[in-house]
Design a protein around this ligand. Structure first.
Ligand SMILES: *[C@@H]1O[C@H](CO)[C@@H](O)[C@H](O)[C@H]1NC(C)=O
Ligand SMILES: *[C@@H]1O[C@H](CO)[C@@H](O)[C@H](O)[C@H]1NC(C)=O
Length: 295
């Protein structure tokens, strides 16, 4: 009986020694907690980033939404040594609030004791409300009945549905509007207009006929909060004046390019003429020399 107790004690101690004394065991408190866990999201491409670069441990990302009970993982972000995780295709319920946690885990093959792994929680992120909408492209054109039209192209997102890339109109539908700012070329007084459609008849803005105007466009989602409502502004594009001057037709950059081109041509011509003149003189000089050597 007594020997049995000693044996059990010995076994227990052996186990204890194995768990705590093994050189491969890492105490959980030695794992560094992730810092600066943050979301960056542009046209629904959503990436979670954090620091620092792990040494002798790994990170695992878990995320969950309010309605979902279970936690989810992206297979690429399990026991990873990266400090970012692309969750674009995981956050499938665009209108949900998501929270992510970055857990620090020992290297594979290392023992972890049974304490909870250290982790850092992200802020709440909702793709539909929080992703930044990039600058839209647009063009100015004359309609068949001679009206100035502004055509906006919906930015394409990182999301794909039935093998088709989704643009922001596919996602926001009627909630998507655009803001257009415009000013007379060379003046700073800007006016702003909100439109529902991608095809805008500018004749209703009562623009001065003989003036050139510059336009800028941004996506506008009124249902969002604060500065999330307006997306990135496009670079300005300008209409030409009614009596089109050469400057508005081609733009200063092109004209500058043309001027430099002409200058280069003139220089090339001068160099060519100088070279030709020298060529013509040289044989004459040679003849004189030969004449001298003959005499
Ligand atoms: C990482 O592990 C190696 C090998 O066990 C060790 O030599 C090194 O000091 C460790 N580095 C840090 C920063 O803990
Ligand atoms: C998105 O924003 C709207 C308007 O602020 C808000 O009512 C809604 O609850 C937000 N959705 C989420 C999931 O946070």
């Amino acid at each position: 009986m007594e020997s049995r107790i000693t044996m059990l004690c010995a076994l227990f101690l052996a186990c204890f020694a194995f768990v705590y004394g093994s050189p491969a065991s890492v105490p959980v408190h030695a794992l560094t907690k992730a810092t600066y866990v943050s979301w960056t999201s542009y046209n629904f491409k959503t990436i979670l980033t954090w620091g620092p670069k792990p040494v002798n441990y790994t990170y695992t990302v878990e995320f969950y939404n309010k309605s979902g009970i279970s936690r989810q993982r992206n297979p690429h972000c399990i026991r990873s040594t990266e400090t970012e995780c692309d969750l674009t295709n995981e956050l499938v319920h665009l209108k949900e609030d998501y929270t992510a946690e970055v857990l620090s885990e020992p290297l594979p093959g290392m023992n972890a004791d049974h304490e909870e792994l250290p982790f850092t929680r992200s802020k709440i992120f909702c793709p539909y409300n929080d992703t930044l909408i990039g600058r839209p492209d647009f063009k100015l054109m004359m309609s068949a009945d001679n009206k100035l039209m502004l055509i906006i192209y919906d930015p394409v997102t990182a999301l794909v549905k039935n093998n088709k890339p989704q643009n922001i109109r596919d996602i926001f539908k009627k909630s998507l509007k655009y803001k257009i700012t415009y000013n007379k070329a060379g003046s700073t007084g800007k006016k702003i207009e909100t439109v529902n459609e991608n095809k805008v008849d500018l004749s209703k803005l009562k623009l001065d006929e003989d003036q050139s105007y510059c336009f800028s466009v941004a996506a506008y989602i009124p249902s969002r909060k604060g500065n999330k409502r307006v997306g990135e502004w496009s670079l300005p594009k300008c209409s030409s004046q009614e009596n089109k001057s050469i400057f508005e037709e081609y733009g200063l950059a092109v004209l500058g390019g043309a001027a430099v081109g002409i200058l280069l041509l003139v220089i090339a011509l001068i160099v060519l003429i100088v070279l030709c003149c020298k060529r013509l003189q040289r044989p004459a000089a040679k003849e004189i020399i030969t004449v001298y050597t003959l005499t």
